[in-house]
Every structure is written in C-alpha cells, then in structure tokens.
Design a protein around this ligand. Structure first.
Ligand code: IMP
Ligand code: MG
Length: 185
C-alpha cells in the first residue's frame, strides 16, 4: 500500500533542477522569438505535456492562449491527416493563427507529423514545436522541432508526464525503469 514509485526507477536521466533550468532557457528563447508576433496558441498534447506545460508557461512573457489535444497515431499507419485518431480536439478556430505545440518527447516523429499536417490543413499560419526531450535516434519521419530541451539516447523513459502503462507521470524527474518492472511480452 505504501509502495513508492521512486523505488521502480533504475536511474535518473534528467533531474528536477535540470528540468527547471531547461524551462527557463526555452522560455527565454520563445519569448524573444514571439514577442513581436501575433499572440500564439500554445497547444499541449495530452497527457504527457501537463507537467512541462505547467512549468514552461511561467517563463513565457508573451500573450498566449492555452489549448489541448489528445491524439493517438495509428501504429504503422502512413502519416497523413486521415491517419490520426483524435480523442479530444482543440476548442478554438485556428485559421491564420501561430501555433506552438508543446510535447513531452519526440520519438519516431509520427504523432507530431500528423498533428502538424492536420493543423496546417485547417489553415494555421505557422506551426512550431517545443519539446522537453528529443530522441533523434528513434526518428522514422524526418522532423526537427524548433525548441528542444535536451537530446537523449534511444531509451524508454518515464516521469514528468511520461508513462509506462499510464503510471509514473507524476515523478518530478525523468528516469529509466528497473528491468523487473517492465512486463516481458
Ligand atoms: P512518436 O509519435 O513516436 O514520436 O511518439 C511520441 C509519443 O510517444 C510521445 O508524445 C509520448 O507520449 C510517447 N513516447 C515516446 N517515447 C516515450 C518514452 O520513452 N516514454 C514514454 N512515452 C514515450
Ligand atoms: Mg505525448
């Protein structure tokens, strides 16, 4: 009953303080780039974006609206606007708007590729991406986010929004799970 989620972590990859430094640094860069532009829509991709978005907005000194989408890319599907399953859609018109997508991690790039295409198809003026973590070695679709917190090796990580079977999102750092926690499939 008193099981600690920290006990399941083999090692910490990005600490709480490193994450806070990253949020500050990214916030500064984004503020500088957007301060002369039209107000943006900061679009969080649920559920992984929640801790990161909550922290980074404190360092964005620009007018912004917050919106969310919950999407699932069909596994193995071709990336196009038809291949995305939207569990929850954005709630405001986006025609002519500047959008900054807020992601926890980019792996194959399939999710973002489909979301970006969908937003442009709907008439967004400009779509950029800020991600806390980037795993470029896992990329299947060439995709370069404009703002990257930190690049990590091709390893499965949990914490700070990222889950294994929906758990561990509430860890305050990004870590690697112990082997015995992962189900052998
Ligand atoms: P992609 O479409 O392969 O780029 O995957 C992106 C999504 O997969 C992310 O938004 C995460 O939700 C999830 N994901 C990718 N890598 C990891 C990981 O190492 N741990 C937890 N979730 C991950
Ligand atoms: Mg995600």
């Amino acid at each position: 009953m008193t099981k600690s989620i920290h006990d399941d972590i083999e090692r910490i990859l990005v600490s709480e303080s490193e994450i806070q430094e990253i949020c500050k640094k990214l916030g500064k860069a984004i503020t500088a780039d957007y301060k002369t532009k039209e107000p943006i829509i900061l679009l969080g991709l649920l559920k992984g974006c929640v801790p990161f978005m909550g922290d980074i907005i404190k360092h964005l000194n620009i007018p912004l609206e917050m919106e969310f989408m919950d999407v699932e890319s069909y596994k193995g599907g071709v990336s196009s606007t038809g291949d995305i399953k939207i569990r929850m859609d954005i709630n405001t018109p986006i025609k002519g708007r500047n959008i900054l997508i807020c992601e926890d991690i980019i792996d194959t790039g399939k999710t973002l590729d489909t979301v970006i295409k969908l937003l442009l198809h709907r008439g967004a003026k400009n779509v950029e991406v800020v991600t806390l973590l980037d795993k470029p070695a896992a990329r299947v679709i060439p995709l370069k986010p404009k703002y990257i917190g930190i690049t990590i090796p091709k390893e499965f990580v949990v914490g700070y929004g990222m889950d294994y079977k929906e758990y561990y999102r509430n860890l305050p750092y990004v870590g690697i799970l112990k082997n015995n926690v992962i189900d052998k499939e």
